[in-house]
Design a protein around this ligand. Sequence first.
Ligand code: ATP
Length: 451
Amino acid sequence: MAVSPKPAVLGEPPRLDSIAALAKRRGFVYPSSEIYGGLNGFWDYGPLGVALRNNLKRAWWYSMVESRDDVVGLDSAIILNPAVWQASGHTQRFTDPMADCQECRRRWRADDLPSPDVCPACGGQLGEVRQFNTMFSTHVGPVADESARAFLRPETAQGIFINFANVLDSSRQKIPFGIAQIGRSFRNEITTGNFIFRVREFEQLEMEYFVRPGDDDRWWQYWIDQRLGWWHAIGIREDSLTVRRHEPSELSHYSKQTADIEFRFPFGVKELEGIADRTDFDLKAHTAASGRDLTYFDEESGQRYTPWVIEPAAGLERAFLAVLCDAYAEEQTGPKPSEIRTVLRFAPRMAPYKAAVFPLVANKPELHQRARSIYETLRPQFATAWDQRGNVGKRYRSQDEIGTPWCITVDYQTLEEGTVTVRDRDTMQQERVHESELADLFLSRLREPSG
Ligand code: ATP
């Protein structure tokens, strides 16, 4: 069985190229605009990729909004009045240091170079470091002049700050409370890479939690713990994650303190999510620039103040990649060197399909019919796949590769007594279960902490 272009060594950490090859072959991630040679920093998500993205977003939304009294949702526009970015400091300060190679003309992010003056591609001399603003710009309306210039948002957070008073006036929230948003953001990164780790169009999962001045340390720590718990709950192994506090020199212009939740990717330990104490910087900046009062009247203390903000900000593509990397395994399943299976050990709740249904053989109408009826019963409740190609062994391998936790085979015994075999992806064990018990069995497994 072809496992990947360059098979990984069994037992060693997965290689990014094996994961990317599987992701393309099985319909998780494709290079965007591929038939035209692609576009650097942009990716498209196939049938299974979109299912995994939706599962991640649903898990985040449930944990951050639906399961809590103190957080509400928002969906703000991607293009905002350019005054927003002026006030927030992005027009002036949302920059990365950039250096051009004087020989091969390649551009590099200057803070990410092994040697500050030398081009990593050709060894040529690098020129002076300049600040490059990574916001994408466009024009609003038919006239493409400077007065019509606008930006694609580089973060979803500002859409939340400018709606602070709207949410306060139209909901019953009292401080402390949060506003959460999932949405696309765009950054014209100087360099992209490591598959979908650093891209130019991505989706953010952000929440701004408004607290009383002076309460920020406590809430910052609370959100670091909460978020770490969430990453474990979606199936990321504990030893793959670390929390790293930013050095003062690394802090963004608005931050008093930031901690990153980092993941051990095949290419190094890198940021998955940042939890920043944004102080009252943004609300004060928008109050000053817009003239709108964005303070809060605290009925309990009788005081008026500008709230401080704790922001957990995660990226969907990095969550997607971390889940794929942690789930990916190549295992020896028998004595022969060819007996290898590739398996994605997703937590069942993250798996694109929870179950797959097979008739034992394809050409027996009564088996086919019975299997189809089981498939159609499960499908409204669980994302369910159907497969009747090849033999059952091949179908298991194919479902292992996309991380389907349970495979159901309908055989002659099913016709007689209504039982099917349920094969578990991780243990590869089979058990016989009555078809009427399948839904309860899957529901109870999905409810387990590892489910
Ligand atoms: P980095 O240091 O990797 O550039 P950042 O600190 O600038 O990231 P934030 O502004 O804190 O990132 O954004 C919050 C989250 O959004 C990040 O933790 C990451 O998951 C995601 N993110 C940011 N930039 C990108 C990108 N270019 N591609 C994919 N995800 C991104």
